[in-house]
Each structure stands twice: as structure tokens, then as C-alpha cells.
Design a protein around this ligand. Structure first.
Ligand code: ADP
Ligand code: MG
Length: 349
């Protein structure tokens, strides 16, 4: 059998790193993205620009590929469903539908008896004002949020009087957790009970954007085990194929909560490119293409720093040590807080 051609929806850094990993194992990629300047066109074999609801452009894309995956979860469900009728979309769009919406995502987790923060569905001002027991809290749009976008922190009940969220959107109000730390677990599921799972990664956010990640995470054995066990249960329950990330909160009393699930490769897993024999990106491509599952092995401990906005400038043209790996996403414009690149530093383990 010849290797399949993989279509990737979304052309940011995750799409780029997927394309790069695919190339390494002789898999061709075609990126579909609504941004003509998308950085992934520098890394994929082919690039098609079109809106996510442009049927003729989508047809052109679908006709050229053997299967389709995506780098972000906010693609319209109808688009993924339509594509899935012609070429297999992995992970399955049904999974995306659950996870795209913070409310159905949290309901799904609670049904599995997996802890989340306390939350409530907020559709209007009345709902909001009747839930003061969840304050201090964060009001989050049910859909389309990322990197803290669409979120309002509410410290005191008084603040509710000045808050004017756009109720054309639905929201959830979530209680704020007294955070000790944040971790994430990345798992690639190939088939029933067949998966490769990376050890938990410790993450530090600044202004709700990931800034640093490292392995090993500084956590106790119980949290390590539970976080990995939950990630396995979630991926099995979803009948997931490909790489998935579970983001967790650990509170000051060492309680573990799922913050959110990303049905895709994840920023916190960038360090797996340099720490492991097989990265989260290569594993995603392997799983969706039905290629051989290779046991993962950690070669190094690692730290990753996200380079945001003009932080990137100092790194371009810089000389690096043998254990430092600089990634430039080659984005056309530098914007404040935009993820422009990252640096991974490995250490003996
Ligand atoms: P996004 O989808 O934008 O990544 P998240 O829900 O993951 O949104 O929130 C981004 C970050 O904001 C989290 O990683 C965490 O640092 C902080 N945060 C979000 N919700 C809470 C909460 N309920 N309690 C404490 N911190 C939170
Ligand atoms: Mg998040």
C-alpha cells in the first residue's frame, strides 16, 4: 500500500509541526486554511486557501487527500461532517462536537465521574446573577474560546452589575480554583486499548497563555497516576484515534480537576519533539494513517518556552547550544502575545 496523503485543516504552528513530522516518515500533507498567509504553507507539500464554508474549495481539498485531520477544534461541525462523508476525518467529528462546547465537554467528564471545576450554564443576565456562590469565578463563552479569549474574570459579586457579556453567545460560569499548578497529559490512541501516553507535563500560563512547559512535572505519584489514568479513560470513552491532550488543574490541597480536553496535538507537547523518540505530532500521523505503533521512550528531560510577540526577534539569528532547539513558525507579522516560535532545552534524564 502506498502511503496516504493527509489533509490538515488549519495552517498555524500545530499544522506546520504536523506537516513536518509527516514529511519525516514520507507522508504527504495538504493544508487547508482560511488565511492566505498561513505559516504552515512553508512546511506542507501543498496549500489550499479557502473559507471553512466554501464548498468548492473544500471539494478541491477533499479530492486531493486520502484522509483529513485538523489542528484546531473550532472548525464548524457541519464542515467536518460533510467532509467525513467523502473522506475519513480523524478524530471523528462527533468527538469534536462534544469538546467544542465547554458545557457538553464538562457534562461528558462528570458523567465519567471525572472531576472538573464547579460550573453552571449561563444564558442570560438572570442566570448570571443567581449564581453568586460560584464567585470568584470566570465567565467563559461555551464555544470558540482559546488562549483566554472570550473570558471574564469575576472577583466579587458587585462586579456583576458592570458586566455586559454579549448574550448572543452562551456561557458557562466556572468557580476559580486555588491553583497550585497546571499539568497536561498527552496520549495518542491507535485503537481499542492501544495507545502511547507521555508522562504529565507541567505548564505555566501568563495572562491565560501558555508560557512554559517542562518534564518531569513536579507532582506526587498519586496525581501522576490519576492524571494518566483519566487521559486513558477519556480517550477510550471517546473511541479516539490520534493525539489528544487533557489539561488539568491541581489545587492547593492536591485535588485534580480536568480543565479542558484538546482533541488535537497541543502546545504543551512541543517538547516531545526533542525529549522523545517519537513526538506527539509523528504519533498523531501514525495513528490516523494506521501506521505502526512504536513504543515511546523518553531520551531527555525538557523545558519549553513559548516565544510571544516580539520576544522572537532576539532569537532569530542567535547561536544555540547543542541541547537548545529553536523553532520559528515563520509568521508574517509579529503581533503582541502572538505565538511566534518556541525554544526547547533538553537535559539528561
Ligand atoms: P482556553 O480555552 O482559552 O485555553 P482555559 O479554560 O484553558 O481557556 O483557561 C486558560 C487559563 O486560565 C488556564 O490554563 C488557567 O491558567 C486559567 N483558568 C481558567 N479557568 C480557571 C479556573 N476555573 N480557576 C483557575 N484558573 C483558571
Ligand atoms: Mg486552555
Amino acid at each position: 500500500m502506498t502511503n496516504p496523503t493527509v489533509g490538515i485543516i488549519g495552517g498555524g504552528q500545530l499544522g506546520s509541526l504536523l506537516a513536518e513530522a509527516a514529511k519525516k516518515i514520507n507522508i504527504k500533507t495538504i493544508i487547508f486554511c482560511d488565511d492566505a498567509n498561513s505559516p504552515a504553507k512553508n512546511f506542507s507539500d501543498e496549500f489550499i486557501c479557502g473559507n471553512y464554508n466554501n464548498d468548492s474549495k473544500i471539494d478541491e481539498f477533499v479530492n486531493k487527500v486520502d484522509l483529513v485531520t485538523f489542528e484546531f477544534e473550532n472548525i464548524p461541525f457541519v464542515t467536518l461532517e460533510k467532509i467525513n462523508k467523502h473522506k475519513k476525518v480523524l478524530p471523528n467529528p462527533k468527538i469534536n462536537k462534544i469538546i467544542q462546547n465547554r458545557l457538553s465537554e464538562k457534562d461528558f467528564l462528570n458523567k465519567l465521574n471525572i472531576s472538573t471545576t464547579q460550573y453552571v450554564h449561563v444564558k442570560n443576565d438572570k442566570d448570571l446573577k443567581s449564581k453568586i456562590d460560584l464567585i470568584p469565578g470566570i465567565l467563559k463563552t461555551c464555544t470558540m474560546g482559546y488562549d483566554g479569549k472570550g473570558q471574564y474574570k469575576i472577583e466579587t459579586a458587585d462586579e456583576l452589575n458592570n458586566l455586559k457579556p454579549d448574550f448572543n453567545n452562551e456561557f458557562i460560569l466556572e468557580k476559580i480554583i486555588n491553583l497550585k499548578k497546571e499539568i497536561s497529559v498527552i496520549i495518542t490512541r491507535f485503537d481499542k486499548s492501544k495507545y502511547e501516553i507521555y508522562e504529565p507535563i507541567e505548564n505555566v500560563h501568563e495572562d491565560q497563555i501558555l508560557k512554559y512547559s517542562k518534564i518531569p512535572a513536579d507532582i506526587n505519584g498519586k496525581i501522576l497516576e490519576k492524571s494518566m489514568d483519566w487521559a486513558v479513560r477519556i480517550s477510550e470513552e471517546l473511541n479516539y484515534i490520534g493525539t489528544l491532550c487533557v489539561e488539568y488543574f491541581v489545587d492547593k490541597n492536591n485535588n485534580l480537576y480536568v480543565n479542558e480536553i484538546a482533541p488535537r496535538v497541543h502546545n504543551s507537547g512541543h517538547l516531545t519533539i526533542n525529549s522523545h523518540n517519537i513526538s506527539q505530532f509523528e504519533n498523531h500521523i501514525r495513528a490516523i494513517c494506521g501506521l505502526e505503533q512504536i513504543k515511546i521512550k523518553k531520551n531527555f528531560n525538557a523545558k519549553m518556552i513559548n516565544l510571544l510577540g516580539d520576544n522572537i526577534t532576539a532569537y532569530r539569528g542567535k547561536k544555540f547550544k547543542d541541547n537548545e532547539f529553536f523553532f520559528d513558525y515563520l509568521k508574517k507579522d509579529i503581533k503582541k502575545k502572538r505565538k511566534m516560535g518556541h525554544l526547547t532545552i533538553t537535559e539528561k534524564c
